[in-house]
Design a protein around this ligand. Structure first.
Ligand SMILES: [Fe+2]
Ligand SMILES: [Fe+2]
Length: 166
């Protein structure tokens, strides 16, 4: 009988492909940069990962702020479930840096693997739902303006638009 093992299979590389696109050019450009940076980070040995991990964290702060801002502008509450998921990822990124600095040098690699698993699900559900919602209102993500603001009731949505949050 083979020995039981707690090893999980390695997380495959995450590469930018058309099926990750949401159809919003600005959102997709941000996502492509994230995927690229994450691939570069995963290719580094643990002892060299911290500078790029910090860059990825800063990029992710901006990435999430951008989407959170668009959600507020198109009728979501400030604590809608998509924004809460962003917050929890950012909290985890901060905790990872602290653990790395305390000597757990493998933790950035584990976090990078977790992000490579998480991102496609997030992009295809919450982000794709947000892109579709913005399109339905004609919200322009380049200028961050609405053609008809009267179509949006501020802070009226706490879910994720067309997708569920569970
Ligand atoms: Fe996103
Ligand atoms: Fe998002």
């Amino acid at each position: 009988m083979p020995e039981a093992t707690t090893e999980y299979p390695p997380v495959p590389d995450l590469v930018w492909t058309a099926d990750l696109q949401t159809g919003d050019a600005r959102m997709d450009a941000t996502h492509e940069a994230f995927v690229q940076m994450l691939a570069e980070l995963r290719a580094l040995p643990p002892e060299d990962q911290l500078p790029l991990f910090r860059e990825l964290t800063a990029h992710t702060v901006e990435h999430f702020e951008q989407e959170d801002r668009w959600m507020l502008a198109t009728g979501f509450t400030a604590d809608n479930c998509h924004t809460l998921q962003h917050r929890s990822i950012l909290d985890t990124l901060k905790a990872v840096e602290a653990h790395y600095l305390q000597g757990d040098t493998e933790i950035i690699g584990r976090m990078a693997d977790a992000l490579a698993e998480w991102f496609p699900m997030h992009a295809r559900s919450m982000d794709a739902g947000l892109a579709q919602h913005m399109r339905s209102l004609g919200f322009d993500t380049r200028t961050e303006t609405l053609p008809d603001p009267s179509r949006v009731r501020p802070a009226s949505m706490s879910g994720c638009g067309s997708v569920t949050c569970s």
